[in-house]
Write a protein that binds this ligand. Structure first.
Ligand code: KIV
Length: 273
C-alpha cells in the first residue's frame, strides 16, 4: 500500500481529545475477521479479557493469561486499520509491583503492536499507571464493577450503590486520572455516579452499564449480537446470532444428511485434456 492511500490509525490524542465531544464508539474484538468488520464503525477496539469468558468458556476473566491476550491482540491488529486498539492486562500481570506491570505492558505493546493497555484500577493501581505512562505506555483505567475482582466482591454486581462504595469508585477514578490514564472505563455503576465521575475527571469516560452521559460507550460484541441466553441488564441486543447460527447449522446438517451437500457447484471435476 502506498503512503498516500494508507489509512491513518487513531492515536491516543484522538481518543483523549474526545472529552465532551462526540461519543466514542467502542466494541470488544478478539479475532482478525471480526476486527476488519468493526474497524470502520469503531473509534476503539478493545481486546478485553472478557475473551476468556466469551470465547474460551471460562466463568470469570481470572484464568486469562498474557499469552491469550497477546494472541488475540495480534489478530485484532492484523484485522484493523484505523481503530485505536487497546489490549487488557490480565489478572496477575500488573498488581505485584510497577516493574512487573511495565515488563508485561511492554511485552503486550511490542508483541501485538497495539496502541494502549487497559488495567482494572483499584486505588493501588495508580502507582502502576503512573509508572507505565512515564515509560511510554498509554493506559486506560477501569473502575466500578471490576470483573477481575469478582472473587472478592462476590460476583458480577453493580458497584457504587451506597455511599461508601460510591466514594471508593469516585476515588479510584480520580486516582487513575491523576496517574495519567488517557481514558477510563466505568462499568456497572449507578447512573448518577457515572455522570459525576464524567464531570469530575478531565479524561474521557467510556461507559458499560453506566450512563449515556459518558464520553463513550463500550459493549462486549457477542453480548450485543445475541450469542448468549442471558445478558446483563445494561446490554442492548442488536441481533439474534444464537438463533441465526443455530438455523444455519441445522440447514447444513440437513443437507449433509440428505447428500444435498456438496452439490455440482461445490465439487471439482476432472479438467478436459
Ligand atoms: O474485558 C472486557 O471486555 C472489558 C469491557 C467489558 C469493558 O473490560
Amino acid at each position: 500500500m502506498s503512503k498516500q492511500t494508507q489509512t491513518r490509525r487513531k492515536t491516543v490524542k484522538d481518543i483523549a481529545s474526545a472529552k465532551g465531544g462526540d461519543p466514542l464508539v467502542c466494541l470488544t474484538a478478539y479475532d482478525a475477521p471480526t476486527a476488519s468488520i468493526l474497524d470502520e464503525h469503531c473509534d476503539v477496539l478493545l481486546v478485553g479479557d472478557s475473551v476468556g469468558m466469551v470465547v474460551h468458556g471460562l466463568d470469570t476473566p481470572v484464568g486469562v493469561t498474557m499469552e491469550m491476550m497477546i494472541l488475540h491482540g495480534q489478530a485484532v491488529m492484523r484485522g484493523s486499520e484505523q481503530a485505536f486498539v487497546v489490549v487488557d492486562m490480565p489478572f496477575g500481570s500488573y498488581e505485584t509491583n510497577a516493574d512487573t506491570a511495565f515488563e508485561n505492558a511492554a511485552r503486550i505493546m511490542k508483541e501485538t503492536g497495539c496502541q494502549a493497555v487497559k488495567l482494572e484500577s483499584g486505588a493501588y493501581a495508580a502507582h502502576q499507571i503512573a509508572h507505565l505512562v512515564e515509560r511510554g505506555v498509554p493506559v486506560m483505567g477501569h473502575v466500578g464493577l471490576r470483573p477481575q475482582a469478582v472473587n472478592v466482591t462476590g460476583g458480577f454486581k453493580a458497584q457504587g450503590r451506597n455511599s461508601d462504595e460510591r466514594a471508593r469508585v469516585m476515588e479510584e477514578a480520580k486516582a487513575a486520572e491523576q496517574a495519567g490514564a488517557f481514558a477510563i472505563v466505568i462499568e456497572g455503576v449507578a447512573e448518577d455516579l457515572a455522570d459525576e465521575i464524567t464531570r469530575q475527571v478531565s479524561c474521557p469516560t467510556i461507559g458499560i452499564g453506566a450512563s449515556a452521559s459518558c464520553d463513550g460507550q463500550v459493549l462486549v460484541l457477542q453480548d450485543m449480537l445475541g450469542y448468549f441466553d442471558w445478558t446483563p441488564k445494561f446490554v442492548r441486543t442488536y441481533h439474534d446470532m444464537r438463533t441465526e447460527i443455530g438455523k444455519a447449522a441445522q440447514s447444513y446438517a440437513a443437507d449433509v444428511r440428505a447428500r444435498r451437500f456438496p452439490g455440482e457447484a461445490e465439487t471439482y471435476k476432472l479438467r478436459k485434456q
